[in-house]
Write a protein that binds this ligand. Structure first.
Ligand code: ZN
Length: 247
């Protein structure tokens, strides 16, 4: 069965910064989508902030099984109405992968209930991403760790609720560590936060990073189950006869 994947990107750095454009000529969304195209069962689309309806009109969102989210400097431009719709879709079972600086997106903050703030540094750090849950579907096919020769540093404290599953922890040259692969369950939906992917490094061309993202899509896909909960619980009929009032 195919999985409908939508890769959303604010798509601003690539247009305004020549260095970023040189790394991602087709946009960050283009590179992420290209990494997913090798999977025959993925049906991949891209969407960007400056498209009509921010690229996510109801028809697109309602037919998305797993949504990927990359944003940074335009977080405030995402309308609250769209955040409401994405949150509802997640609660009804849509998977969501939040990438890198998406940690401060409105949708991630909404789903976490925290600011999701962290320490950061743009310098010459190397990142070593340790797999701490090797049996997890997201770790499938990976070694003990992934090494990225240069990346932006993100450090603890990362202001998120305790993850339901912690898959990866990053180490940086400067000495900091960070919970870089975190799984959360909200309603019927699954959320995977994955740290690397600063716009000035070619991280989304790295084959292991692409593997993690593809594994994340498979993990977060909706699982068949009861119909989406519409928001109102009727008074619940008992499964067994109840004793009379004056029993
Ligand atoms: Zn960054």
């Amino acid at each position: 069965m195919s999985i409908n994947v939508t890769v959303w990107n604010e798509y601003r750095h690539e247009l305004s910064d020549e260095k970023v454009r040189a790394i991602y000529p087709d946009g960050i969304h283009g590179a992420i989508a290209a990494g997913l195209q090798d999977h025959a069962d993925f049906v991949v689309r891209t969407a960007t902030l400056d498209e009509p309806d921010q690229g996510l009109p109801p028809a697109v969102l309602d037919s998305t099984d797993v949504l990927l989210w990359w944003g940074h400097k335009a977080h405030p431009e995402v309308p609250d109405e769209l955040v409401d719709r994405v949150q509802r879709r997640v609660l009804d079972g849509m998977g969501l992968l939040v990438l890198h600086s998406g940690h401060e997106s409105k949708i991630f903050q909404r789903l976490m209930g925290t600011k999701a703030s962290l320490k950061w540094r743009e310098a010459t750090d190397k990142e070593r991403i340790w797999i701490v849950q090797p049996g997890h579907q997201i770790a499938h096919g990976l070694g003990e760790y992934i090494e990225l020769p240069r990346e932006e540093m993100y450090g603890e404290f990362f202001d998120i609720p305790q993850p339901d599953e912690l898959i990866m922890i990053s180490w940086f040259t400067g000495g900091e560590i960070f919970r870089s692969g975190c799984c959360f369950y909200r309603g019927k939906g699954k959320i995977f936060y994955f740290r690397p992917g600063h716009e000035s490094y070619p991280t989304y061309f790295n084959p292991e990073i692409r593997k993690v993202i593809a594994n994340g899509v498979r993990w977060a896909r909706p699982v068949d189950g009861p119909a989406p909960f519409s928001g109102v619980h009727p008074a619940n009929a008992p499964l067994e006869p109840l004793p009379p009032e004056n029993d």
